[in-house]
Design a protein around this ligand. Structure first.
Ligand SMILES: *[C@@H]1O[C@H](CO)[C@@H](O)[C@H](O)[C@H]1NC(C)=O
Ligand SMILES: *[C@@H]1O[C@H](CO)[C@@H](O)[C@H](O)[C@H]1NC(C)=O
Length: 225
């Protein structure tokens, strides 16, 4: 019975390869035909491969496929073969964010709040994000001017960081964006460019804004400044 068993092993191996290839189309942060989730590896690297990210590994593997078991990469959530949510809120990780976030084409929710991530918010954010929470970290610099590329963004929480500078027209034409939290940062200048956005919620308190509060803010349901 040795020969059939050997054949079976080959068949299993082949199936494993085939499914790995199927799971790794480029939209999920991976290169085609490679079992390595390149986006996650890059992120793991810039976050300084902390122990809190259990299951994450430089050895690759498919975060959405491996053995059909979900949740092996802590904080990574999939829908079918695609990474749709990364939530490492409160994990207490440090490091910074590199350009690899752009590779998460299917990601709609990114929650990295309550960590010690520093550096600038990269201009290469996942293009299809609907929810972005980077609150309570050590981000500095300004809001990336590429933000309006995130056409689907509905919720943005950048509160409790060290962000600074003048708020330019980064939110203009972001028609889906209804909720912005920018409180507890070091932003300066006028808030006039926030005046005509179709927002339902805006919190900009505890910054260093100057000038007057636009009258149109009165139409915002929940406003703090
Ligand atoms: C992320 O996880 C935290 C803690 O488990 C939870 O409170 C929060 O709602 C989650 N965020 C998202 C976007 O699901
Ligand atoms: C913004 O994020 C911080 C940290 O996650 C959280 O405490 C706060 O409740 C968030 N704001 C809202 C109202 O979602």
């Amino acid at each position: 019975m040795a020969a059939p068993r050997h054949l079976l092993a080959v068949a299993v191996l082949f199936t494993a390869f085939a499914s790995a290839a199927a799971f790794t189309d480029p939209p999920d942060g991976a290169y085609p035909y490679s079992p390595f989730p390149i986006g996650l590896l890059g992120l793991y690297h810039t976050l300084e491969s902390p122990w809190q990210l259990s299951g994450w590994t430089f050895q690759g593997g498919d975060p959405c496929g491996e053995g059909g078991e979900p949740g092996q990469w802590r904080g990574v959530f999939c829908k079918g073969p695609s990474v749709v949510t990364i939530n490492i809120s409160g994990f207490g990780v440090g490091g910074w964010l590199g350009p690899d976030l752009l590779k998460f084409q299917s990601l709609t929710k990114l929650d990295m709040s309550f960590n010690s991530i520093s550096g600038e918010i990269p201009s290469t954010l996942p293009p299809n994000l609907e929810y972005l929470n980077l609150a309570a970290n050590k981000f500095e610099g300004n809001i990336p001017s590429s933000l309006p590329w995130l056409h689907s963004l509905k919720y943005l929480n950048l509160s409790y960081n060290r962000l600074s500078g003048i708020i330019g027209d980064v939110f203009v034409n972001m028609d889906s964006l209804g909720t912005i939290y920018l409180h507890h940062n070091e932003f300066t200048g006028s808030v006039i460019l926030l005046a005509d956005l179709p927002l339902s919620t805006l919190n900009i308190e505890k910054n260093r804004f100057s000038g007057y509060v636009p009258g149109s803010f009165q139409s915002i349901l929940e406003l703090r400044y």
